[in-house]
Design a protein around this ligand. Sequence first.
Ligand SMILES: Cc1ncc(COP(=O)(O)OP(=O)(O)O)c(N)n1
Ligand SMILES: Cc1nc(C(=O)O)sc1CCOP(=O)(O)O
Ligand SMILES: [Mg+2]
Length: 211
Amino acid sequence: MISRLHYISQETADKSHLQNIEEACQAGVDWVQLRVKNKSDNEVLAIATEAKEICKKYKAKLIINDHVAIAKKVKANGVHLGKEDMDPAEAREILGDRPYIGGTANTWEDVERLAMAGVDYIGLGPFRDTSTKENLSPILGIKGISAILNNMIIGDIQVPIIAIGGIQTEDIFDLQLSGCHGVAVASLINLSDNKKETVNDINYCLPDGEF
Ligand SMILES: Cc1ncc(COP(=O)(O)OP(=O)(O)O)c(N)n1
Ligand SMILES: Cc1nc(C(=O)O)sc1CCOP(=O)(O)O
Ligand SMILES: [Mg+2]
């Protein structure tokens, strides 16, 4: 089952990826994407190994951003791959059937391509501007996201869509009404002064149940 809330790790001014992951898990997230940038493969592997232990303790799924070999080594629950990353079909060959493979889309053509490639979910964004990621694709807003979701209905494409990029709690009802399966957030949780309350508020806006 693809969770409706995807928590994305970040280093913040005073906390490491691992500290933020532990706090997010304590606050109740059950899907953690480890997104480490600008570190060597060995450093990412070391962080991923510890992240796996934290996720195991809290029964959360661990998804590794970008690094397929590291996902395999630490027996992560899946990988998230962007346009510049490994092709999802190649990742499937390496990882086998079980792990989740997610892909990033910014356009309808991206969604069609990823659906054909057999990804398990699609991260669709950016919803709005955000300083969490460099070199953002064009901003979609609710109109852009709704247009793509309508095309999916017309084309009978049924891959869960996870909206991403600058999402705040008050955006989530509209995103959910537009047909998104869920949302992915980094700074909303990582910078929160009360992570439990933030996670509860996000979950309140998302329906229960399986896709
Ligand atoms: C759920 C989700 N959606 C999109 C992304 C972006 O992935 P990518 O395009 O590979 O960019 P980076 O995250 O690697 O900068 C994501 N990570 N998660
Ligand atoms: C990792 C990422 N990918 C995006 C995309 O549009 O593909 S936006 C984004 C950043 C998400 O972090 P925050 O919730 O802090 O904005
Ligand atoms: Mg990437």
